[in-house]
Design a protein around this ligand. Sequence first.
Ligand SMILES: [Cu+2]
Length: 301
Amino acid sequence: MRTRTGGAALLAAIIGVGAQAQEIGRPEPGQTGFQPAATELARDLQSMDGLLLVIITAIVLLVTGLLLYVVWKFDARRNPTPQRFTHNATVEVIWTAVPVMILVAIAFPSLNLLYKQLTIPEADVTIKAVGNQWYWSYEYPDHEIDFSSLMVAGDYATWDDVMASEDGRADAEEYGVTRENWLLKTDAAVMVPVNAVVKVQTTANDVIHAWTVPSFGVKIDSIPGRLNELWFKAEETGVYYGQCSELCGVKHAYMPIEVHVVSAEDYAAWVNDQRADAGLPPQTVTIAGRAYGSAVLAQAE
Ligand SMILES: [Cu+2]
């Protein structure tokens, strides 16, 4: 299953998609907000969150204000004889109708976004992501590539333990593991071309997992016996991380997702390097109507 070998690592070093590539989609220490949005979906999702924050903040302020007003206005000194009524039609209509209008106002952008996430455009690249206890394996059916993607340097309790161990240091060096990306870095990243529609079909071999990359605004369950789909179109080259997002057992936290967004040329080179490793002939890779890859060069000669 694992076809990313020394050749791929060498290629990665040559085309700069290894440790040197900029890590954009990565959690930062102490971070409370979102990771940077790299797709339209993620931007929409984050602005939806911003809209909701405004709405709920306004509601909290209103309710708190009303409570404080009531406490002040109707305390025993200012209001020695309390009112005895139990119903007020006007107030009841208002506190029913206004929340309904707010929920409807939220529903429109929310359903729109859901529809956009689940309406998959014609894909340039199709990837099948399979969840396993506890790692992801990937297939590129159009290129006949498949490999498993395992977390690097996971057998240590702390980063200092990694650095204290000779094997840990060697692994960290080989795969470009740092304190910041430790527990997110894998031995074989998913490669996708920049500005291309990528469709990820996901399922699982054992229990339910979920394939997620926060910067792409995607998250969907990987369910044994079913095929769920998501799509994204990453707009900036770099490295993006995600994690399994459906509790799947004792090592749920240790099956990260690493995606490298690279140029179409680098993607085609990677595809053909993987194919060469698997003993397959070179292939032309077509992205957004343009052809890339060594087969194109061979024809031109
Ligand atoms: Cu999991």
